[in-house]
Design a protein around this ligand. Structure first.
Ligand SMILES: Nc1ncnc2c1ncn2[C@@H]1O[C@H](COP(=O)(O)OP(=O)(O)OP(=O)(O)O)[C@@H](O)[C@H]1O
Length: 359
């Protein structure tokens, strides 16, 4: 067995075949990312037991929900799962409080994992309890739906594009609550999305699905830094770095430290010590053999080349590097690669033109 969430599934729908074998961590958010029709929802539904895969295995640690070789299939209502869909499906005739109590009351008292007050505080819905769902905004409704799923005391939370039906403003409003859940709840979350920014911001573990196959599965930062992914994933290549806000400089810059160096960004409002996640696009990284002098680019760091691969764009290559323990990708021309003699093992300097803060 496994210490994680084991998901071995085969679904054959004629034109579409899903065949995945995943071992996901029991902590944090695992994102299933892929294009429309790649099979994300099918995986989620099979984990929940809503879809019957053949020869399947679904186990959360030592709790086995499906093992076809042993004739085990636990029905959906017996799996301790919370499911959040794109559209919140709340009971319109009940108040928010009654909607929340509905799921909670069905769980025996000794099996309840969360109490009403901390969950409503976590999702910022304390003031909505007496309201009816039809009077709420889309973002508020979705926060209530997440709270309701949590109050049913799941051991696993499945979220299928929970932000996809919201406009950008509502999305930005709800993301901090998802981040808080991630920080404060000891419950694994499998999160389906086809929005790269959402994944970069929230995920700890990333599964890339392509036409029913998992083409990559691993820690977010390592997986994004791979140079052997299908071209459709390499278009917008870039890495995510977890940093700590280490200080504010006199010239309106803030210093972010990460495992491998420090970066400077425009002054941040957060307190020193805050964790900030940032994304660095491969197209924003250039390479130099010597320490760059006479350049306006502030972020210059030493790095070592670990791999080079072709991209879908003729004349361009993707260079994988390491700055200390942290990975980085650079997209450069084949001509520059040749002129600079860039190959695995070469020590050089990177110049980072743009750092996008995700918080
Ligand atoms: N009930 C069904 N019967 C037959 N085919 C289905 C059924 N549900 C989904 N499919 C097909 O299975 C494939 C995978 O669908 P799935 O919904 O899992 O993809 P997805 O990655 O979640 O896509 P999206 O991002 O558009 O929701 C698609 O080709 C879809 O048309």
């Amino acid at each position: 067995m496994t210490d994680g969430l084991r998901v071995r599934l085969r679904v054959d729908r004629g034109a579409f075949r899903l065949d995945v074998d995943l071992d996901l961590p029991l902590r944090g958010i695992s994102a299933l990312f892929g294009h429309s029709g790649s099979g994300k929802t099918t995986v989620l539904r099979a984990i929940a037991g809503l879809e019957r895969a053949s020869g399947g295995v679904v186990a959360l640690g030592d709790e086995v929900w499906q093992d076809d070789a042993r004739g085990v299939f636990v029905p959906v209502h017996r799996r301790a799962i919370g499911y959040v869909f794109q559209e919140a499906s709340l009971f319109p005739h009940l108040s928010v409080r009654a909607n929340l109590e509905f799921g909670r009351k069905r769980v025996p008292v000794h099996e309840r994992r969360f109490a009403l007050e901390p969950v409503t505080a976590l999702l910022g819905i304390e003031n909505l309890l007496e309201r009816r769902p039809d009077g709420l905004s889309g973002g508020e409704r979705q926060r209530v739906a997440i709270a309701r799923a949590l109050l049913a005391s799941p051991r696993l939370l499945l979220m299928d594009e929970p932000l996809a039906a919201l406009d950008l403003r509502r999305k930005l409003e709800i993301l901090p609550y998802l981040e808080r859940m991630h920080g404060e709840l000891a419950i694994p979350i499998v999160y389906v999305s086809h929005a790269p920014d959402e994944v970069a911001r929230l995920a700890d573990h990333l599964v890339l699905l392509d036409d029913g196959k998992a083409v990559a599965s691993g820690p977010l930062s390592e997986t994004l830094a791979r140079v052997d992914l299908p071209p459709s994933f390499a278009d917008d290549a870039g890495v995510v770095l977890d940093t700590i806000l280490a200080g504010h400089e006199e010239d309106a810059l803030s210093r972010l430290e990460f495992a491998g160096g420090a970066l400077f960004v425009g002054r941040r409002r957060e307190a020193v010590g805050t964790r900030l996640r940032c994304r660095i696009h491969a197209r924003d990284v250039s390479l130099a053999l010597d320490r760059p002098q006479g350049t306006s680019i502030v972020n210059r760091l030493p790095a070592v080349v670990t791999a080079v691969s072709a991209t879908d764009t003729p004349g361009h290559v993707l260079v994988q590097l390491r700055m200390g323990e942290s990975p980085l990708l650079a997209r450069i021309t084949e001509r520059s690669r040749r002129e600079l003699g860039i190959a695995p093992g070469l020590r050089l300097w990177v110049q980072i033109k743009g750092v996008a803060l995700l918080n």
